[in-house]
Design a protein around this ligand. Structure first.
Ligand code: MTE
Length: 315
């Protein structure tokens, strides 16, 4: 469906080899120019484009990538049920081909295109980001995607566009969790326009150099690395530029627990879960919890977006 090469199971690189290769590339980066590194990355990752420079610089230090198995079997995707294994067990029912995504609302040049066309329009890149869930766990994931700002620039937002609303799929015949009305379907999310335009914000279409697994939001999902995982809406069908702040699914479900901003912030606890520390999925349950970083480690890049705001109030 997408033009990322579908890799047969026999050719899938085991994570330890992938990690070795990543380290190799990282070390190479210390001695080679960035253009030489791009060439190396291109030959190593086939369809993938060159790695963005800040992803190399912010390769989460020595943090180990979470295994593909954990990334694809411990998920939150309520359209398929509420337990962590439900998406893995039920997402296969979802048909993702054909799949179009429309970008509409306060824009001069609305677009409706297939994910294939989208990837032809905007070069894909690899980004290693930590996903920090508000429930207190985290993973380190090598995403493949496109910067959201490249797409938004193509539709020319008008002066009325202040926020961006994202709408997921509603198809109860294939999304068995939607037979239950525990959430207001379809799942929706929102960002302020400047958050959506920030270069760290991506639309992911793959991970570990392969097409996105269905349980992770295929064919296309949002990833905003300085915000809690629930902002990363999966299976996006519509992106709407709007004037008023959108009310997201989780705000509708429980506005006292889930705010619009949802910035990773170790100083502001969720009513049920401390945000000071996190458990890395895949590590032993006995391993010490890790300290959660302000804005998930991206303070330098994003703190200016919230200057003067009381982050206790705008949580
Ligand atoms: N997107 C949709 N459409 N439905 C969901 O239930 N759950 C969110 C987010 N995106 C969710 C969603 C939550 S709570 C989290 S923590 C992340 O997806 C989890 O992403 P992952 O399963 O790829 O780790």
């Amino acid at each position: 469906m997408t033009n990322i090469k579908k890799i047969p199971a026999s050719e899938i690189t085991p994570e330890h080899i992938y990690n070795d290769r990543r380290n190799f590339i990282k070390n190479l980066g210390l001695i080679l120019s960035s253009s030489a590194l791009s060439t190396f990355a291109n030959t190593s990752f086939g369809a993938l484009n060159s790695l963005p420079s800040f992803a190399q610089a912010k390769n989460h230090g020595n943090e180990k990538l979470t295994s593909l198995k954990d990334i694809t079997s411990y998920n939150n995707y309520y359209e398929f049920g509420t337990s962590k294994s439900d998406p893995h067990d039920h997402a296969d029912l979802l048909k993702i081909d054909p799949w179009s995504i429309s970008i509409e609302g306060s824009v001069a040049k609305p677009l409706k295109l297939d994910v294939d066309e989208l990837i032809k329009l905007i070069p894909i890149e690899e980004r290693i980001y930590r996903l920090r869930c508000v429930e207190g766990w985290s993973m380190v994931i090598p995403w493949v995607g496109i910067p959201l700002n490249s797409l938004l620039k193509k539709v020319s937002p008008t002066g009325n566009a202040k926020y961006v609303e994202f709408v997921s799929l509603k198809r109860p015949s294939e999304m068995i969790g939607q037979k239950d009305d525990m959430l207001d379907w379809p799942y929706t999310e929102g960002l302020r326009l400047d958050e959506a335009m920030h270069p760290l914000t991506i639309l992911a279409v793959g991970l570990y150099g392969k097409v996105l697994p269905k349980q992770n939001g295929a064919p296309i999902r949002l990833v905003v690395p300085w915000k809690y995982g629930f902002k990363s809406i999966k299976a996006i069908t519509k992106i709407r530029l709007v004037e008023k702040m959108p009310v997201s699914t989780w705000m509708k479900a429980n506005s006292k627990e889930y705010g619009f901003y949802a910035n990773v912030n170790p100083e502001v606890d969720h009513p049920r879960w401390s945000q000071a520390t996190e458990r890395r999925i895949g590590e032993s349950l006995l391993a010490p919890r890790l300290k959660t970083e302000m804005f998930n480690g991206y303070q330098k890049e994003v703190a200016h977006l919230y200057q003067g705001m009381d982050l206790n109030r705008y949580f």
